[in-house]
Write a protein that binds this ligand. Sequence first.
Ligand code: ATR
Length: 277
Amino acid sequence: MDRYAVIGHPIAHSKSPQIHAAFARQTAQDLGYEAILAPLDGFVATVQAFRAAGGRGMNVTVPFKLEAFALADRHTPRARAAGAVNTLAFDADGILGDNTDGAGLVRDLTVNLDCPLQGRRVLLLGAGGAARGAILPILDERPTALVIANRTVARAEELARVFAAEAGDTQLSASSFAALAGQSFDVVINATAASLDDDVPPLPPGLYASGALAYDMMYGRGDTPFMTAARADGAARVADGLGMLVEQAAESFTLWRGVRPDSRAVLAELRRQIDAG
Ligand code: ATR
């Protein structure tokens, strides 16, 4: 049986083992998938031990995505753009590092939520690792505009500079939250860590265009604080990041196994479980 694992710190509450077990059942792939807690100073040693024991690949979560990037011998273009790795694949040539987070986000938006980004105005809130990983996959969908807004504007400006060469016809720019006043967007994505503090980015009112979608990368039971604030400010639709979680897993599974699982069925089941408490 081929072995895979998710590695992080903490890791006990990870849903990845459940998601990948469901994918394996669906596609009749003979594999095992476990959760591994690595010591904060022991990421590389833990990965090497898993690989030496016959492991084929790993998902990497907080706080090890940068160390995973450094550990990989080769990177996919989307991992290089993200500067972080959430998926490792082990083979005879060494360690391949990929990043499926942004692709998972875009697939959740465009397929599950039927919200195409092409020709739309997109606002990305945040300029940390989560935001950075989303930029190239969003640009690949060819939105009319992508504005990166962040509390610390310099970080948003830096990302706009880094990705300028990839923007194509998309107007790519950086902004403070306050300077967004008077603009409107079709899709607003919260990639800040504000929700971890039960906080929301201080946005000016009136940002949501008619029919707009507000998307929070966080998820939980019921609306997140960002979703509540977006509804109150006129967002026609809101969504949390559970679909992104399942879709990034599906992208990893596809990379490892060469078969795409039915992510929608797994997402529906996870949603039922979360709603049931
Ligand atoms: P991650 O890898 O999860 O993106 P990060 O790199 O620490 O984490 O980035 C956190 C992001 O959330 C940053 O954009 C941060 O804004 P700053 O760059 O100004 O620090 C943003 N953030 C965190 N708490 C926030 C809050 N209460 N309101 C608005 N933005 C917040």
